[in-house]
Design a protein around this ligand. Sequence first.
Ligand code: GDP
Length: 137
Amino acid sequence: MQQTLSIIKPDAVAKGVIGKILDRFETNGLRIAATKKVQLSRQDAEAFYAVHANRPFFNDLVDFMISGPVVISVLEGENAVLKNRELMGATNPKEAEAGTIRADFAENIDANAVHGSDSVENAAIEIAFFFSGREIS
Ligand code: GDP
């Protein structure tokens, strides 16, 4: 069993597709071990995306992530990290395969509907960033 962190980003929350996206996870064998709707602070978003701090899109990314509430979940299942990345589709929705979350719900590379951990190691770090042990079951 693996765990991974998912964020439904402000664009998808504003569109009212939280339920549709969570359904994709559950329908594809990813159990929701924890979930919460949160308004991130600038400090939260900058810390979460610290790895991208030197990238030209960093400020746009942080501004976008705090532009409205997000839904943060811990997903659990076999190969959860990779499975979630497959369900999400490519970072740029224009390159995302048909039937993926980003192909179906995302507008562009800034507003791309979802975040998902990219490795087991980062999943553990990202889960610990947002959740305490007692919130996960
Ligand atoms: P992800 O793991 O597929 O979300 O992609 P990354 O970890 O590489 O990037 C984090 C987020 O930064 C992406 O989801 C995009 O929202 C944004 N991003 C990544 N690359 C670019 C880029 O080249 N331009 C812009 N504007 N945003 C980007």
